[in-house]
Design a protein around this ligand. Structure first.
Ligand code: SF4
Ligand code: SF4
Length: 364
């Protein structure tokens, strides 16, 4: 396997603007097939194919990240809103996300900005007007807005880890901390790549049921997620855990107690557990919001189990970005400049950034 850019990712040409960046953890196989080892899907892709997250594409035997520098949302919040309570409390953080996720949660609130199917299609076709922001520009924007850290959130950051790592290095040099909000379906290799540069992991434990995980990620299992969270802590990242309780899906009290016990036994009794409320969305629009009593019952179980810090969020669900201001509001450019059409300016493809077999075929 190669970390194809063990130094900061470099664009494929020196031209400014949007570039495809080689996927960091890719493994070249036979016949131009390449495996992505960023997340536990470990997608095996041949020329023209995109991974499950839609954000990585095989182009003539090399994998590229389509979404490097492409921002779907920015917001400025308190770190407690991530939710993170035991790292630099009272400070402010600039949250950013990109398009593409490795899960398909039935209750996802962020479909347009997290799965970003349309946005990633547009990037692949060279028709995107999504904001492109270099790591340097992101850090400058954060400093201009006088925040203390940068959080990578809104979808799974592993699917644009190339950008997360580059931006995090610069953020640290500039005195900013970094937060990684994750579903923790991430490979050991990716965790090792990011660990030196990330200060905080806020990870979901969505359930302790394999069945629950398989519904949102057919190749997923609870043990893989738990392993990843433990690994992050072993690598020195400050870890906090979140469970969004969904009525009828993961609100069984015995299971919730087992989550609390797992956190205590594996991460330590001082590890914070954030218990958040589900709000109806997408395929779970028919499911009611979580009753307060359920959230507080879970909190009671956490105390009984010996967890010292559990927090209930009656008014907060997933780390959602649906009501954010437009991205260009946070950047030092007008909307028109930010939202110009993005075509990959690299010359390697020779077809103006049209990346996928299906679009080549369609336009032939
Ligand atoms: S990040 Fe995950 S889902 Fe996306 S291409 Fe890589 S292995 Fe597949
Ligand atoms: S809820 Fe989070 S992990 Fe699940 S699909 Fe949405 S962004 Fe991805």
């Amino acid at each position: 396997m190669t970390d194809s850019a063990s130094t900061p990712a470099t664009p494929t040409t020196s031209a400014p603007g949007y570039h495809l960046i080689e996927t960091r953890l890719q493994e070249k196989l036979d016949n131009g097939t390449t495996r992505c080892n960023l997340c536990l899907w470990r997608c095996k892709l041949s020329h023209g194919q995109r991974g499950f997250c839609q954000a990585h594409v095989n182009r003539n035997g090399t994998l590229y990240n389509l979404s490097y520098g492409i921002l779907s949302a920015i917001a400025i919040d308190r770190i407690e809103d991530k939710p993170v309570r035991h790292f630099r409390p009272g400070t402010r953080v600039m949250s950013v996300g990109s398009y593409g996720c490795n899960f398909r949660c039935g209750g996802c609130h962020n479909l347009e900005i997290s799965w970003g199917v349309t946005a990633l299609d547009e990037l692949a076709k060279g028709q995107s007007t999504a904001a492109f922001v270099t790591p340097e520009e992101l850090v400058q924007a954060a400093l201009r807005h006088n925040v203390d850290g940068i959080a990578f959130t809104y979808s799974e950051p592993a699917v644009w880890l190339e950008y997360v790592v580059d931006a995090s290095k610069l953020a640290r040099d500039a005195g900013l901390y970094t937060v990684y909000v994750s579903n923790s379906f991430v490979t050991d290799e990716a965790m090792e790549l990011m660990a030196p540069h990330i200060d905080v992991l806020c990870s979901d434990i969505k359930s302790l049921s394999d069945e629950f995980y398989r519904q949102i990620c057919p190749v997923g299992s609870v043990q893989q997620v738990l392993h990843c969270i433990k690994k992050a802590q072993e690598l020195g990242i400050h870890v906090e855990v979140r469970t969004n309780i969904i009525p009828g899906k993961n609100d069984n009290m015995e299971e919730l107690q087992r989550i609390a016990a797992w956190i205590k036994d594996n991460l330590g009794e001082s590890t914070p557990w954030h218990i958040t409320r589900f709000f109806p969305a997408y395929k779970l629009s028919h499911v009611p919001a979580t009753p307060s009593e359920t959230l507080w019952a879970a909190h009671g179980l956490a105390k009984k189990t010996g967890l010292k810090h559990s927090y209930v969020y009656d008014d907060k669900g997933c780390d959602c970005a649906t009501e954010n201001q437009p991205v260009h509001v946070y950047l030092q450019q007008d909307a028109q400049a930010v939202h110009q059409v993005k075509k990959c300016s690299a010359s390697c493809c020779g077809d103006e950034g049209v990346l996928l077999k299906k679009y080549e075929r369609d336009s032939a």
